[in-house]
Each structure stands twice: as C-alpha cells, then as structure tokens.
Design a protein around this ligand. Structure first.
Ligand SMILES: C[S@@+](CC[C@H](N)C(=O)[O-])C[C@H]1O[C@@H](n2cnc3c(N)ncnc32)[C@H](O)[C@@H]1O
Length: 339
C-alpha cells in the first residue's frame, strides 16, 4: 500500500510531521527510545491517508492566509492565536472567518484565532481545569496525546510546560484542524500524525506522560488499549486516562447493545472499580481517581461552529439522568496511573 499520489497530502499529513519529529529526536541523541520510535513511525503508511475526502482538507489548509500572530496564549481557557490587528491588508476578518468555517464541525476548543472566537461544541477548558493540577507536572515532559482530536489539549499541555507533545488521531478532519493551528504556531512543539496506537511498536517506552482521553470506550479490547498505552511510557511514567463510566460494583461494565447517548462504536463502559482492576491487570500501579463528573449541556452543546445534534439531543427529554436509549446519562472519570 502506498500513499495517495498527492504530494501536498503526503507533505502535510505525514512527511512534514515526521521531519519535525526527526528534528526533535536529533536534538535528543541520548534518548534511544525516542530515536527508535521516530525511525519506526517514519515507515508507517497511515490507513487514514486513504480518506476519500482528503483533498477537501488539504485545499482548505492550502487556502489559509499567511499570517504572523503577534500574541499567543496556550495557558488560557480560550486558546489564543494572534489578534485582529495581525490580519494582512489583503485578509479581511470575514474572509478568514469563512475559511475557518470550512473546517466545521469544530468540536473541541474554545479558540480565538486572529480575533475570531470559535465557540466549539465542547468547553474543553472545563475538563482541563478539572485535571491540570491533579496530574504530575508536565514541565519539561515528553507527552503522547492519544486520540488528540484537533489538538486543543495538546496545545494546553505545551501551555502547561510540556517539552514536546506527539498528537495522534486517525480522524482526518480533526487532524486538519490541528494542522491549521500548527500553521500559525510552527515553533510550538506539537506534532500530529494521522495514526492510531496500533501503528506503534511494542514497548517503545518513549514518553514521560501518555494521555488517553475519550478513546477507551471506542476500543473493542480495552485491556489491550491499556497495555498499548503502558508500552508507550518509560518506567515510572504517568498515564492520564479519561473515559466514560457507569455507577456500579467492581466487575460491572455496561456493553450497550447499540448506540450510547447517540454515540456509535461504544464497546465497554465500566464502573470505576472495574477500570481500576483493568489498569492493575495491565501492569499499572498508584492508580488514582482524580475526577468524576456527569457531563452537562453547559460543557457539551450545539454552537454556531458545531451546528449539529449534541448532548441535549442525546438525553431523555423527560429524564435527563438517562440517555435516549435508556442508559445512565454520560458520566466520566479521569484517572492517573504509573507504569
Ligand atoms: C471522543 S474523541 C476525544 C478527543 C479528545 N481526546 C478529548 O478528550 O476531547 C476520541 C478521539 O479518539 C480518536 N481515536 C479513536 N480510536 C483511536 C485509536 N485507536 N488511536 C488513536 N485515536 C483514536 C477518534 O478519532 C477521536 O478523535
């Protein structure tokens, strides 16, 4: 299998990101694990690059104006890149807004790009605020963000001091948004690859911290996912795991027969006790719950940048403690664990 014959695609979605990663590995010659991993990933042929609609995203990226942000804030709730004053004379606010709208749906955020506020479906800043002070400090850490979406959290990780973040996500529209952010923040150490953990070698051990947020319930084999996450960590490194849970005894796990709160491809929604047992079984220690919360329509909702159905449409209108399928309404946990 080879990449589609589209040089811009290959450059944008893979070769260029690998080159960025190689540079980081070269700057850390003594880090054998990182160097070996980058060599390995350079050989991967991402299945995601066969996305039928790829050119829509590469064209939208190529059409973006060249702008130099005069200010950046990666440690604020609303991730800020540039201001309206940075718009070149030939770029109007309206034109840029239309170009950003080409990337709808904007699910994760919020952002402010050159004075344009992007009110995303998710107030990701709320989740970040719940976990940021409870995890081990990210200062100087090499981080892997698995299922990174558009990279909102990856950039917040750098805002919290991470030395480097590798964002991976197989969903091309989200990767395209991440590349859009990177376009205006080329010197920020976030690289993005359109791959999954299945593309990683066993026991790469290259990262100090690994995040898996909103991914576990999409995996048919959750303990294998935890083993893959452990493999990416150095000994003593920290996993930050966020996933859907249900109330119940240790050992209990919900397997929704069809959709769960309108989400498709949900395999296991465990109780906290079950999740702790899975983590222990996968070889983690120091397993701790740092947050448990019910997702509210204040945190996940339809906006003009995500004008489709959202959480409110997924809950029973007569009983918002249940999903429209009759399951418990979405509840999430954030846990940390050490390899
Ligand atoms: C619910 S979103 C979560 C995004 C973000 N981490 C967050 O917490 O808001 C799950 C993301 O995981 C990605 N994903 C699904 N399976 C994956 C896998 N095996 N490896 C990496 N990413 C995966 C999806 O494409 C999607 O963008």
């Amino acid at each position: 299998m080879s990449h589609p014959d589209h040089s811009a695609t290959t450059a944008l979605f893979f070769t260029q990101q690998i080159a960025r990663l190689k540079q980081r590995a070269e700057n850390a010659p003594s880090n054998k694990a990182l160097n070996k991993l980058v060599e390995f990933l350079a050989q991967v042929e991402p299945a995601a690059l066969n996305h039928g609609d790829l050119s829509r995203w590469t064209d939208a990226l190529a059409a973006l104006p060249s702008l130099q942000p005069s200010r950046t804030a990666l440690d604020s709730a609303r991730l800020i890149i540039g201001s309206e004053a940075d718009l070149a004379p030939q770029t109007s606010l309206l034109t840029l807004r239309a170009q950003l709208e080409a990337f709808i749906p904007w699910r994760k955020g919020p952002f402010e790009l050159f004075g344009i506020g992007i009110d995303t479906e998710w107030r990701c800043d709320l989740k970040w605020a719940r976990l940021a002070d409870a995890i081990s400090p990210l200062e100087g850490q090499r981080v892997l963000d698995v299922g990174s979406g558009n990279g909102y959290y990856s950039y917040r990780m750098v805002g919290a001091g991470a030395a480097q973040v590798l964002a991976i996500d197989p969903h091309i529209p989200y990767v395209a948004q991440c590349l859009l952010l990177q376009r205006y923040l080329p010197d920020v150490a976030v690289d993005v690859l359109p791959i999954t953990l299945d593309d990683f070698p066993e026991r790469s051990g290259a990262f100090d911290t690994v995040f898996s947020m909103g991914v576990l319930y999409h995996r048919r084999s959750p303990i294998d996912h935890l083993l893959q996450l452990r493999d990416c960590l150095r000994a003593g490194g920290e996993l930050v795991l966020e996933t859907l849970i249900v109330e119940g005894e240790a050992g209990y796990s919900l397997t929704p027969p069809s959709a769960y709160a309108r989400m498709k491809g949900i395999w296991f929604v465990p109780s906290v006790g079950t999740l702790e047992a899975w983590l222990a079984k996968a070889g983690f220690s120091d397993i701790r719950v740092i947050d448990e919360s019910v997702t509210t329509p204040a945190e996940q909702r339809e906006t003009s940048w995500m004008p489709f159905e959202s959480l409110a449409d997924s809950l029973d209108p007569d009983n918002p403690t249940r999903s429209i399928e009759g399951h418990p309404a979405p509840r999430r946990v954030v846990m940390v664990a050490t390899r």
